[in-house]
Design a protein around this ligand. Structure first.
Ligand code: 5GP
Ligand code: MN
Length: 329
């Protein structure tokens, strides 16, 4: 076992009160990973608290013990947190209004798989070869001798499946499949999880998809595609921003598209951007031009302009990056 892992295990075994947190706009990997970590540590009699940094999308409310993720008024905590474990978080800004907990904690463990991770922890376990943070959590729990039970396995399967496009992206390795073998052997109901994650789209979400797809624009011989979701569209579809889940992959899946871009109007001049690529373009580099980041094939950033200006700026940046990439068409 390498030194970092044994140091981490020592740190966890001597801490009693542990806080766990992940990023705003939570996804399946962040929620699945924090829950699995918390359930695992609870099995070895640790007092664990999961900080709710943002609303939990309804897609994940089926996960076991989801109620463990709750609001804490950290500012009112007089004593600094002894041990904070941050999962799936590329930098502290991703903790949103909770980012000050990092400096208010005596010791921080940063566990992540983002290429752009800033290394903000006292211990950093950052492995961009891992398809999901859930893979790292699996290895740590097993390394600590904690048995992966059905509940933990359900959370980890959700984490890994959602971050790999149901095991289809090129971040999937043989290790990913080996871990999934263990999760299936732990007794998960794979079919139920898959139906809940991928075959449960509401009518409201479907209507939002329809209006968003009607905003499709393409550039560079259909190799770049953008779609938008405005506040007005949400209102008309009676949908929430979390209902955008699935839009960008649909756009990326258009045959000639290499880079897909979704622009979400959080507020009038606060546009959250998601980028996806298929084969060649490193979209994390495009997003880092706007202080964002992520992975080569999936990244995000925020642009504080109107949605049309944000679209122009991001498309300019994508086209700029286009010529820097190696093209093998
Ligand atoms: P999504 O497009 O689904 O919001 O995010 C795609 C990937 O990019 C995720 O791994 C997410 O953590 C990362 N990401 C999204 N937005 C940001 C951002 O503003 N900053 C950074 N550093 N990463 C982001
Ligand atoms: Mn992740």
């Amino acid at each position: 076992m390498n030194n970092t892992i044994s140091e981490l295990i020592k740190k966890i075994s001597t801490a009693n009160n542990i806080y766990i947190a992940s990023h705003v706009n939570p996804d399946g990997d962040s929620i699945g990973s924090i829950l699995a970590m918390a359930l695992g540590l609870r099995k070895i009699n640790k007092n664990v608290n999961i900080i709710k940094t943002d609303e939990i999308p309804s897609d994940y409310l089926f996960l076991p013990n989801i109620h463990m993720i709750r609001t804490y008024d950290i500012d009112e905590e007089k004593d600094p947190i002894d041990l904070l474990v941050v999962l799936d978080c590329g930098d502290i800004d991703r903790l949103g209004k909770f980012k000050s907990i990092v400096s208010n904690s005596k010791f921080v463990i940063n566990i992540d798989h983002h290429i752009s991770n800033s290394g903000f922890g006292d211990i950093n376990i950052v492995d961009e070869q891992s398809a999901a943070t859930g893979e790292l959590v699996f290895d740590l729990l097993v390394g600590m001798g904690i048995q992966i039970d059905k509940e933990i396995a359900t959370c980890l399967y959700t984490a890994i499946s959602t971050d790999t496009g149901s095991f289809s992206y090129d971040n999937v390795t043989s290790r990913t499949h080996e871990i999934v073998v263990s999760l299936i052997n732990a007794g998960i109901d794979k079919s139920d999880i898959n139906i809940r994650l991928y075959q449960s789209r509401s009518i409201e979400r479907t209507n939002l998809f329809i209006s968003s797809f009607s905003t499709l624009k393409t550039y560079n011989d259909n190799k770049i595609a953008t779609v938008k979701v405005t506040q007005d569209m949400l209102k008309k579809a009676n949908a929430k921003m979390e209902d955008t889940e699935g839009i960008i992959s649909f756009i990326r899946d258009i045959k000639p598209v290499e880079v897909a871009c979704l622009l979400k109007e959080n507020k009038e001049k606060e546009i959250k951007i998601s980028l996806r690529s298929k084969r060649f373009v490193d979209v994390s580099k495009i997003c880092s031009a706007f202080n964002g980041g992520g992975h080569k094939r999936a990244s995000g950033c925020t642009i504080n302009e109107s949605i049309n200006d944000a679209e122009r700026l991001i498309v300019e940046q994508i086209i700029k990056m286009w010529w820097l990439c190696e093209w093998r068409y």
